[in-house]
Design a protein around this ligand. Structure first.
Ligand code: RB5
Length: 149
């Protein structure tokens, strides 16, 4: 699978480890930065990643200290459904029920081992085919259409 990944300084080291894990598992990884642990502003990287997800339709992974700022910023972009996940259950639900296309993680709140497990579940879980889940995700798109002028 083609994956786009981005982070701020709060999760740079975790992102580098995660890139290795993804490559070892056969994924092609596009990295939008940041490229070191020097302090940067997370919205810039959330925006870079969100635009690439919009352009390519590929799955995104964003990491910052908590994952909170990245998820807030990414969700400002049309068609982006960014989910902040803290465990494998929320990752599974984010895909099955919410058809999330961007996974957000906290490099300072979640261990590297858990990050890898959460990512693996997120990338291997299909969206539910049940009508009610599709309907609700469509309702999110309607809110976006009506409220983002
Ligand atoms: C950076 O110190 C930190 O605020 C950032 O990584 C993130 O946690 C924001 O939500």
């Amino acid at each position: 699978m083609d994956i786009i990944i981005g982070c701020d300084h709060g999760a740079f080291k975790v992102k580098e480890e995660l890139k290795r894990h993804l490559s070892d598992n056969g994924h092609a990884v596009e990295d939008v930065g940041t490229g070191s642990d020097l302090s940067v502003d997370y919205p810039e990287y959330a925006a870079k990643l969100a635009k690439r997800v919009q352009e390519t339709g590929n799955t995104g992974i964003l990491l910052c200290g908590t994952g909170i700022g990245m998820s807030m910023a990414a969700n400002k972009f049309k068609g982006i459904r960014a989910a902040l996940c803290h465990d494998v259950h929320t990752a599974k639900m984010a895909r099955e029920h919410n058809n999330a296309n961007v996974l957000c993680l906290g490099g300072r709140t979640t261990s590297l081992e858990d990050v890898k497990k959460i990512v693996d579940v997120f990338l291997t879980t299909e969206t539910s085919q049940e009508e009610r889940h599709h309907r609700r995700v469509d309702e999110i798109s309607s809110i976006e259409k009506d409220n983002f002028k």
